[in-house]
Write a protein that binds this ligand. Structure first.
Ligand code: PMP
Length: 409
């Protein structure tokens, strides 16, 4: 008998499982709106031209494959913190930021979670309801307890701002879960996943007020900088607003979406502190945690980012390509809205589609309705009703709107 007899079958990942089901389908009309990866208007994967140029440069220079230091590539760490906070932000000049290169957004979140578990034992993470599914896995595996704050209002398919503030303030979430003061409040820096609903600038101010009042620590997840609005600075506004208040906070970054570097696993964890001395100590501990986990991060993606950001021509080309990608998604969003209004005899108010931003749209479809989308219409999507507009093109908007209307009624 096997010594591994007690190992049970793990359930498939709810997001990555959608792609597998899509691949297995033989229907001609099939549409993959599950995973959040950018597609061209022809629905093909896209490698940015600036990335190809940076890779050519690297080949020409004949760069080596030596180990990086534990904290990653120095030029990348500098560039990534500057992109996030702004190069002239006092926290950067005064060296109050501990930046460590991570294994993309996920690895950076995981490293921060390990740090929280070690230095803030018993502290909770407060996460939005709903949130990106992997957040719960990350905190579970790092043994950081978590509870949810209200975020999505199904009645308006919008933000439940009162509920959010109340849950962060009173620390009672869904009645039974108690979250002590000094929790880590996980916030999506821009383009909330899965809802596509972000707070307004005024609402961010109020969120910051409550977090300060309650002595919580903000923990931003920034996976879509530049991809939501098309502007790197605009998409960093929420993070910068908190930093300008002198708050200590954490920010995980990812270059999967905005540079299309999904498989290169490039991102960073930044901890903003109130002194350079604390920043140095926090950084030393992040390195200490990384060493036995993966020793040091991969070099290729880090060099691509550093080369693009460090070269004014490539940098402006990147911004143009990012605007192009964000623009295509906005066009598809508009066309989907127009088709829904044109096709829907019941004249439901679909304006929530236009109010949402970023790669995703929350349709408000429930589990049974999403099953109809997949089984009858061959539209592959997650069961929470989220669709990735990056996997849609103008030609298929009408088909999708018919599928949505049919599934709603
Ligand atoms: N956070 C959020 C909210 C995301 O949507 C994603 C990507 N789906 C990530 C983090 C991390 O992705 P990656 O590990 O590829 O950077």
């Amino acid at each position: 008998p096997s010594r591994f007899e007690g190992v049970t079958m793990a359930p498939p990942d709810p997001i990555l499982g959608v792609s597998e089901a899509f691949k297995a389908s033989t229907n001609e009309m099939k549409l993959n709106l599950g995973v959040g990866a950018y597609r061209t208007e022809e629905l093909q994967p896209y490698v940015l031209n600036v990335v190809k140029k940076a890779e050519n440069l690297m080949l020409e220079r004949g760069e080596n494959k030596e180990y990086l230091p534990i904290e990653g590539l120095a030029a990348f760490n500098k560039a990534t913190a500057e992109l996030l906070f702004g190069a002239d932000n006092p926290v950067i000049k005064e060296q109050k930021v501990a930046t460590v290169q991570g294994l993309s957004g996920t690895g950076s979140l995981r490293l921060a979670a390990a740090f929280i578990e070690l230095y803030f034992p018993g502290a909770k993470a407060l996460i939005s309801s709903p949130t990106w599914g992997n957040h719960k896995n990350i905190f579970n595996d790092a043994r950081v307890p978590w509870s949810e704050y209200r975020y999505y209002d199904p009645k308006t398919v919008g933000l439940d701002f009162e509920g959010m503030i109340s849950d962060i303030k009173t620390c009672f979430v869904f009645h039974e879960l108690y979250s002590p003061e000094g929790s880590f409040v996980l916030l999506h820096g821009c383009a909330h996943n899965p809802t596509g609903i972000d707070p307004t600038p005024q609402q961010w101010e109020k969120i910051a007020d409550v977090i300060q009042e309650k002595n919580h620590i903000p923990f931003f997840d920034v996976a879509y900088q530049g991809f939501a609005s098309g502007s790197l600075d605009a998409d960093a506004a929420a993070v910068r607003l908190f930093v300008a208040r002198g708050m200590e906070l954490l920010v995980a970054q990812s270059y999967s979406k905005n540079l299309g570097l999904y498989a290169e696993r490039i991102g960073a964890i930044n901890v903003v502190l109130t002194s350079s001395d604390t920043a140095a100590r926090v950084k030393s501990q992040l390195k200490r945690l990384a060493r036995p986990m993966y020793s040091n991060p991969p070099i290729h993606g880090a060099k691509i980012v550093a080369n693009i950001v460090g070269d004014p021509t490539l940098f402006s080309e990147w911004k143009a390509e990012m605007e192009m990608m964000a623009g295509r998604i906005k066009n598809v969003r508009q066309k989907l809205y127009d088709s829904l209004c044109a096709e829907d005899k019941s004249r439901k108010d679909w304006s929530f589609i236009l109010k949402q931003i970023g790669m995703f749209s929350f349709t408000g479809l429930n589990k049974t309705q999403t099953e109809n989308m997949t089984n009858k219409w061959h539209v592959f999507m997650t069961k929470d009703g989220r669709i990735s507009l990056a996997g849609l093109n103008l030609a298929k908007c009408e088909y999708l709107s018919n599928a949505i209307i049919d599934s709603y009624h």
